[in-house]
Design a protein around this ligand. Structure first.
Ligand code: FAD
Length: 348
């Protein structure tokens, strides 16, 4: 153990100077549906797995999540609890409550050797857990998104209950009400069109920032949707229910609920030293099997494009990445190139 209480190496136990511990087969960063689905698959494949989670899921703002088969309407924290219990029921599973601070490549790692440690992962332990530094043969990033809402003083208070970000997840519950769409991006018309399936009373609020072209506005108006381009002061409500939008200058526009379009980026600054390829929004690019541009580094779930950002989609991506991770850990065959999931020659 170091002077700051950090526990070194693979097993979580203190290491005497010079002791060499086996790396984890996989370190999974993030215990949302992507990480949990991957973890379950990997521990069932008897891969020695460490799952690390900072316990700050983006969807904790909401009380019910929808659209996950067999679990429609489940509280999202309940879904995570069940997922973690299932994962930890296997002997190969370890869980660490911590915030990953860095993931770095092991200096001089032999990339041709599938048994070698390729990565060092360091964490700040939370909820009484110690800081840790571990090594791993592969790493899966499943840390979801960091989101920024328009800077209105009370918007967070309504987020997840009256104001939602996922139209497919919460449109049904908001149907036939007077709704708002608040956003500062240039894709508001597309979102408004999707919301119009649920209500014929929708106002798009750009807060003086979001872009809606004149031709898109005309198309929205033809569907009965109004665009309000004025800056906003706040989202108001009383007794736990949103009542409307306060516009700069004082006008109050009654609205019973609606949607907000956050700005997103991948919650993965800890991997900056590895510089995996990203798209224009900073999401981590992966191939169809979850491989990033860095050998041995995988990513799944909301932190990768193209979405949609939903529980079931993230879980599926985690499960798919787990198959590829498990295959990579076996190393290449001597005489044949490794197969990809479609049974065709692929990347090892
Ligand atoms: C308000 C709201 C309501 C939603 N409702 C629905 C719904 O009804 N139905 C639906 O299908 N989808 C819904 N979603 C979307 C859904 O929650 C996401 O698509 C899904 O959770 C993404 O899964 P994930 O595993 O990729 O990431 P997440 O579930 O976001 O999990 C990421 C995990 O990584 C951890 N983490 C992040 N950084 C670090 C770090 N540095 N170190 C360690 N751990 C870290 C976080 O603590 C978190 O636990 C909703 C989202 C929101 C915000």
């Amino acid at each position: 153990m170091t002077t700051d209480g950090t526990v070194m190496a693979g097993s979580g136990s203190d290491t005497a100077a010079g002791a060499v511990e086996a790396p984890y087969d996989v370190v999974i960063i993030g215990a949302g549906p992507a990480g949990l689905a991957a973890g379950l698959s990997l521990v069932r494949a008897r891969r020695r797995t460490l799952m690390i989670d900072s316990n700050r899921p983006r969807h904790s703002a909401t009380l019910r999540s929808h659209g996950f088969i067999t679990r429609d309407g489940v509280p999202p924290l309940e879904l995570r609890r069940i997922g973690r219990e299932e994962y930890e029921a296997y002997p190969a599973a370890e869980f660490h409550m911590g915030l990953v601070r860095t993931v770095e490549q092991v200096h001089g790692a032999n990339l041709a050797d599938a048994t070698a440690a390729r990565f060092t992962v360091s964490t700040k332990g939370i909820r009484g857990e110690k800081n840790r530094v571990v090594t791993a043969r592969t790493v899966l990033i499943a840390t979801g998104l960091a989101e920024t809402l328009p800077a209105l003083p009370s918007i967070r208070a309504w987020y997840g209950t009256n104001l939602h970000s996922c139209i497919a997840c919460d449109g049904y519950e908001e149907a036939d009400r007077a709704l708002a769409l608040i956003g500062e991006t240039d894709d508001l018309a597309e979102h408004a069109l999707l919301i119009s399936q649920w209500t014929d009373d929708l106002i798009v609020f750009t807060n003086g920032v979001g872009q809606v072209s004149e031709s898109d506005e005309a198309a929205l108006v033809a569907r009965g949707i109004r665009v309000d381009r004025r800056p906003l002061t706040d989202v108001l409500g009383e007794q736990g229910a949103m009542t409307g939008i306060q516009v700069a200058g004082g006008e109050f526009v009654p609205r019973a609920g609606g949607f907000v379009r956050p700005r997103y980026e991948a919650a993965a600054t800890f991997a900056s030293a590895l510089s995996p390829a990203t798209d224009a929004f900073g999401l981590i690019l992966v191939d169809p099997q979850g491989r990033t541009s860095v050998p041995g580094l995988f990513a799944a779930g909301d932190t990768t494009p193209p979405g949609p950002e939903q529980l079931l989609v993230s879980a599926g991506e985690g499960a798919r990445a787990a198959v590829a991770i498990n295959r990579q850990l076996l190393g290449p065959l001597a005489t044949h190139p490794p197969l990809n999931l479609a049974g065709r020659p692929g990347v090892g």
